[in-house]
Design a protein around this ligand. Structure first.
Ligand SMILES: Cc1cc2nc3c(=O)[nH]c(=O)nc-3n(C[C@H](O)[C@H](O)[C@H](O)COP(=O)(O)O)c2cc1C
Length: 163
């Protein structure tokens, strides 16, 4: 089914009603360069084995490094990290020059102060429409009791009170 331009923006708006967390997904390029971008398509997929997924715009320059890498790290952002989320969704010369980054498994860039980090082995990648779907197996994880960053309706938000 082909969506008209108007339909596409209606679809984006309706999908944006779905509240998500916000992550920065990272990997190492073949030349050792750190690669990363802001992602809210991250989701849990399986507990046994522990699998997660996320999708990347097929036209992104980051596709090749993520396809070639043996793994990726999902850094689940805290509410205090909204500036980093904006930075990793924009064009700046060196996204990694801000934030406290340390080497994780396979030298994956891991960010300090996150609500959670999932260090993954790349299991598969496949084209899906105008995106590439990445599936990874969680090899190591950490979590911290900090307020998570939320994205809904095109806006960054904090978590509301429990119902
Ligand atoms: C809250 C938020 C969530 C995003 N989620 C995704 C996503 O899941 N997949 C994606 O490809 N781009 C996503 N983006 C857009 C990318 O972060 C942005 O296009 C970035 O510049 C892409 O990096 P690149 O220059 O390496 O392609 C998101 C942006 C924001 C602000």
């Amino acid at each position: 089914m082909d969506l008209t331009v108007a339909d596409a923006s209606a679809l984006r708006r309706a999908l944006g009603r779905f509240a998500t967390g916000v992550t920065i997904v990272t990997c190492r390029g073949m030349d050792g360069t750190a690669v990363g971008l802001t992602v809210n398509s991250f989701a849990a997929l399986s507990l046994k084995p522990p699998l997660v997924l996320w999708s990347l715009r097929a036209a992104s320059p980051s596709v090749t490094p993520f396809q070639q890498a043996t793994g990726f790290a999902v850094n689940v952002l805290a509410q205090s990290q909204v500036a980093l989320s904006r930075r990793f969704a924009s064009v700046v010369p060196d996204r990694f020059s801000v934030g406290e980054w340390r080497p994780g498994l396979q030298d994956l860039p891991v960010l300090a102060g996150c609500a959670a980090v999932f260090e993954c082995r790349l299991v598969s990648h496949q084209e899906a429409g105008d995106h590439v779907l990445f599936i990874g197996e969680v090899l190591r994880m950490t979590e911290h009791a900090v307020a998570p960053l939320v994205f809904q309706g095109g806006h960054y938000r904090g978590l509301g009170e429990p119902l």
